[in-house]
Design a protein around this ligand. Structure first.
Ligand code: CA
Length: 236
């Protein structure tokens, strides 16, 4: 129980901090917490946590700036907590280097799932062996051979569709913002052309989703971006 991953919880509201601590501890995580950005930086350097859960609305410094500061010297997984309806905050924080976000109010199961995914991705990265073959549900993306298959059947993608899918596959389970995806696929001057994404995403879904009208693999994160699901729901 005491050997679980160490999570730094940064949250200024005591009831929420208590809830997060209790939830994480009951699932085997060790927890340290901080109620401000300044305290968070101190706790981070003194405890070197395996993961950070970061509230965006802090009393001293914005969570987005905390993310930027941490990213100057650390690749620790960061999951941000944001209030509902503040898509801009989420986008900014993901662009600043956060791994994921959870919208308040959230279910504890959802939060725990995001924590598991973030820790798993970090451990793969730390092992220095980013998988060249990414598999999730019925989908297989071979990043070395540049091939894609669904239930073992080869799927032909256009170069743009492949680049989009490969970008998300390299960050399996992680939200990729519109801007990040546009940068990767079209280059930095196309950062605002989100309609490009919608068009090509629809085509991509038609080719790889079992039911394109109800996407299981390529999830839309409204106002933020897309995510290739690490644990897609099982299709009946
Ligand atoms: Ca707050």
């Amino acid at each position: 129980m005491t050997q679980g991953p160490l999570v730094l919880v940064v949250e200024d509201e005591p009831p929420m901090r208590k809830l997060l601590r209790a939830t994480l501890q009951s699932h085997g995580y060790r927890v340290v917490d901080a109620a401000s950005a300044a305290e968070a930086m101190t706790m981070f350097t003194s405890h070197n946590p395996d993961l950070v859960i970061l509230d965006l609305g802090l009393p001293d410094v914005d969570g987005i700036d905390v993310t930027r500061r941490l990213r100057e010297f650390s690749q620790v997984p960061i999951i941000v907590l944001s209030a509902r309806g503040r898509e801009w905050d989420k986008v900014e924080t993901l662009d600043a280097g956060a791994n994921d976000y959870v919208t308040k109010p959230f279910g504890t199961n959802e939060l725990l799932a995001r924590v598991r995914v973030a820790l798993r991705l970090a451990s793969i990265r730390n092992a220095g062996a980013a998988d060249m073959v990414v598999q999730t549900g019925p989908l297989t993306v071979d990043l070395a051979k540049r091939t894609v298959s669904v239930v073992g059947r080869d799927v032909h993608l256009t170069p743009i569709e492949y680049k989009m899918l490969a970008t998300m596959a390299k960050h399996l389970g992680k939200v990729i913002t519109h801007r990040q995806l546009l940068n990767e696929v079209w280059g930095p001057t196309y950062g605002d052309q989100t309609h490009y994404l919608r068009v090509h995403m629809a085509q991509l879904r038609r080719k790889i989703e079992p039911d394109p009208a109800r996407p299981q693999l390529l999830a839309t994160e409204p106002g933020v971006g897309y995510r290739l699901r690490d644990e897609p729901p099982v299709v009946e």
